[in-house]
Write a protein that binds this ligand. Structure first.
Ligand code: BGP
Length: 464
């Protein structure tokens, strides 16, 4: 084995509630925005598979946690669905809470550390109808939901996260408009990003209140997870390319990194937004809220780098500013199924950036993985999927993670994304991410792929 995991390094897996639980109408769960989209336009989803089924985690969570244990994993991230935990009066729904209590108890029984995230792109539909993240009322509602979750599960969960990838909804629902309700409006997207930042800060403040009041474990930690894709530009960049790089990094990365370390947003980015007519609406008192956003550590989801160049047009069809265009690196190696570049060294570059610019903040790799279409092509005679490409992908990324650790990055662990095949938003089950296969035509049965044995051995051989 060419990589050896250090001792005291979390080695686990990540999933999310809305992509796995299914049981979408069970136990008083409310409609989420994914259910609304599925109901309104099922043909937008690969093979017309909407948000209803997940991978059956609601029924199979014990089997799944046992499988994780059998591979040697020590930690596991999932998310609470707001739509399952809370009712429409913003009180805890006991049936929803019961499910997450069962998950916590099962993880504890198997000595698996649970990393619990509070929001994974899955707003309850009725709150979306009231304005979603464009509305301050929803920001407040999220803080109340976070408070309820801390009180309910405070003694069962040590590692908490406010958001997964808060950059994605502003991008997907508002800027590019690829996701329901397909709003193509950069200005509104920026306000959503700002409001999500406030929501994060309010949740962190609720976390510390709950800690003070004795609801949480004494060593409980709070964090934020984002896809801090390290940005790159052309080899011989023009000043305009460099400016594009600066803005890309500023809006996607520094925005959050400054918030969680300094309790403020990058002033140069706010100034540029203002100059270009895209000022976000800030209210009196917001500065104080932003100061509360500091966290104990970060999750870094990494699939691909971000490569940008100077934009061909400086404004879009709405007259809003465009700060960069994508740049296709001629040497890029692609995951053709997902259209994402595979660039393992990006993980190291991020680690070194953290060491240089935010040396006090620890992080872990909270998602990394490879989705592949038609994996049944790779079945051997025994029926097992021989996913050597996945083994290579993880091995190459882990090499760079471990080099970053050796070179002084404070990286505390690695979570593979999608240990068990799961529902990938509107791609549904097109690209499979799991080291464990889910048989969609056979009662969602779980079956190990070759990579599962590989990771099991990797963990068995870790430094003691
Ligand atoms: C991340 C999300 C996950 C997961 C993953 C793979 O951005 O946090 O929810 O879905 O990407 O992407 P996809 O499922 O779109 O292929």
């Amino acid at each position: 084995m060419e990589v050896q995991l250090p001792a005291n390094f979390f080695m686990g897996a990540a999933i999310s509630g809305p992509q796995t639980e299914g049981a979408y109408k069970t136990g008083g769960r409310l409609e989420s925005i994914w259910d609304t989209w599925s109901d309104q336009s099922i043909s937008d989803f690969y093979n017309r598979v909407g948000s209803y089924v997940g991978n059956c985690f609601y029924e199979k969570y014990e089997e799944d946690i046992r499988l994780m244990k059998s591979l040697g994993l020590d930690s596991f991230r999932t998310s609470i669905q707001w739509s399952r935990l809370m009712d429409k009066n913003q009180n805890v729904n006991p049936q929803g809470a019961g499910f997450y209590h069962r998950v916590c108890a099962c993880a504890k029984e198997h000595h698996i550390e649970l990393f619990m995230n509070l929001y994974h792109f899955d707003m309850p539909a009725y709150l979306f109808d009231r304005g979603g993240w464009e509305s301050r009322e929803i920001v407040e509602a999220y803080a109340a939901y976070a408070r309820a979750a801390f009180r309910e599960f405070g003694k069962e969960i040590r590692y908490w996260f406010t958001f997964n990838e808060p950059i994605v909804e502003p991008d997907q629902r508002y800027r590019t408009g690829n996701w329901y309700p397909f709003i193509k409006n950069a200005r509104r997207g920026m306000q959503v990003q700002y409001n999500l930042s406030l929501a994060h800060c309010l949740a962190v403040s609720e976390f510390y209140k709950a800690k003070k009041e004795g609801y949480l474990l004494e060593d409980a930690k709070i964090g934020l997870i984002n896809c801090f894709a390290p940005p790159y530009t052309k080899e011989n960049p023009s000043p305009q390319d460099l400016e594009a790089l600066h803005m890309e990094d500023g809006i996607n990365n520094r925005w959050w990194l400054d918030l969680v370390t300094e309790g403020r947003l990058p002033q140069d980015i706010l100034d540029t937004l203002k100059e270009r007519g895209m000022e976000v609406e800030m209210r009196p008192g917001d500065e104080e809220i932003l100061k509360m956003g500091k966290v104990d550590w970060l999750g870094f989801n990494y699939y691909h780098p971000s490569r940008v160049q100077a934009p061909a047009r400086t404004t879009d069809d709405n007259g809003d500013p465009v700060f960069s265009d994508p740049y296709i690196w001629p040497e890029a190696k692609m995951n053709v199924y997902r259209g994402w570049e595979i660039y393992p060294k990006g993980i190291y570059d991020f680690g070194m950036k953290m060491k240089r610019e935010y040396p006090k903040l620890a992080f872990f790799i909270s998602e990394n993985g490879m989705g592949v279409e038609h994996e049944e092509r790779f079945r051997d005679e025994s029926g097992q999927i021989q996913d050597d490409y996945r083994i290579e992908f993880v091995r190459e990324h882990l090499k760079w993670v471990l080099k970053a650790v050796q070179d002084g990055a404070q990286c505390k662990g690695y979570h593979y994304w999608g240990l068990i095949d799961n529902w990938s938003w509107n791609n549904a089950f097109k690209n499979r991410y799991g080291m464990i296969e889910v048989d969609l035509n056979g009662g969602y049965a779980r079956r190990l792929k070759k990579s599962a044995a590989w990771i099991q051995q990797l963990i068995a051989d870790r430094e003691k």
